[in-house]
Write a protein that binds this ligand. Sequence first.
Ligand code: HEM
Ligand SMILES: *[C@@H]1O[C@H](CO)[C@@H](O)[C@H](O)[C@H]1NC(C)=O
Ligand SMILES: *[C@@H]1O[C@H](CO)[C@@H](O)[C@H](O)[C@H]1NC(C)=O
Ligand SMILES: CC(=O)N[C@H]1CO[C@H](CO)[C@@H](O)[C@@H]1O
Length: 328
Amino acid sequence: MKLSSKSLIFLAILFLLLLVANCHAQLSVDYYRNTCPNVESIVRSAVEMKFQQTFVTAPATLRLFFHDCFVRGCDASVMLASRNSTAEKDNPINLSLAGDGFDTVIKAKAAVDSVPGCQNKVSCADILAMATRDVIALTGGPSYAVELGRLDGRISTKASVRHHLPHPEFKLAQLNQMFASHDLTLTDLVALSGAHTIGFSHCSQFSRRIYNFKSKKRTDPALNPAYVKQLQQACPRNVDPRIAINMDPITPMTFDNQFYKNLQQGKGLLASDQALFTHKRSKDIVNLFASNNTAFEGSFVNAITKLGRIGIKTGNQGEIRRDCTMIN
Ligand code: HEM
Ligand SMILES: *[C@@H]1O[C@H](CO)[C@@H](O)[C@H](O)[C@H]1NC(C)=O
Ligand SMILES: *[C@@H]1O[C@H](CO)[C@@H](O)[C@H](O)[C@H]1NC(C)=O
Ligand SMILES: CC(=O)N[C@H]1CO[C@H](CO)[C@@H](O)[C@@H]1O
């Protein structure tokens, strides 16, 4: 009797251990070692070529990865197009998803598939993760080993976007809650927001802060007055909605910790960015990253690696898409 209950416990523990091991076995840095050993250099060359054509390649790809991972997991569902315009990319929020991000993945996928042994062996989700790592390095950010082994999802819906992406007018608690739901900490939130050190924002995303704060004819007191003037010049009332401006006014093309120094001076373009400096707990993290680029880079790499693990599809939950914009 005693023995059998003991062995039962033993079996239960073994089962749990296997389960846990299985969860972590999904991603690895050398996942394509046997199937497509040169995949990283093939992707890097394609991304470099695209980056030389246009700088937007970098911010567009980085943001695409974030949106992909937050909506249904990192499964390239954001890339799927639908004939009836009901896919994730059809959500109005996509205005900011510059076509160059999609194009980067499509070009890198074509490059991978042109190598005979690699054809249809590498998922679009992994190509997006590699391309993201590459654009960060190309703009002066940290290099890191990227985990691989994601499969591509088969579902993409416009409706799933609304509740899964943060809004630029979110309060810190709302941002923190959304990130926490993906096991991302406050430090991860502050570090990942540092992605706004490159790229652009349309005027509509912050126009209330410079004209109509809290529905009154005033400006957001958290904004630096000189910066407000600059923003009002760049984004006059009734500006062409296609106009987008640099999110980091000082070093817009460099992936560095300038974003945090801007927050210290009231130069956070989005209310959600500036909010990181308004609250005591996150302010300490902002100050650390502003004063220590090494600390920022270390935390960013840690956080983007965690971001890349969200909602991974394996086995029959996914597939390796032949065309990144269509399920097989
Ligand atoms: C914390 C919550 C976040 C909010 C509220 C937010 C919101 C926004 C908004 C409103 C824009 C401007 C879109 C436009 O008008 O074109 C933007 C751009 C961007 N975001 Fe975020 N974002 C957040 C977090 C992130 C994260 C975690 C990443 C990546 C790790 C990221 C990467 C980017 C990039 C690179 C751009 C520039 C895109 C481009 O130039 O094409 N964002 N974000
Ligand atoms: C749109 O097309 C998808 C398949 O591509 C289908 O699952 C979905 O039900 C369609 N939605 C509408 C509103 O027709
Ligand atoms: C900056 O951060 C790194 C990594 O956390 C740490 O090792 C280093 O001592 C810090 N440098 C300073 C000057 O505080
Ligand atoms: C790149 C892309 O898919 N853009 C679409 C974003 O959404 C608007 C309206 O919701 C469409 O008009 C764009 O074509």
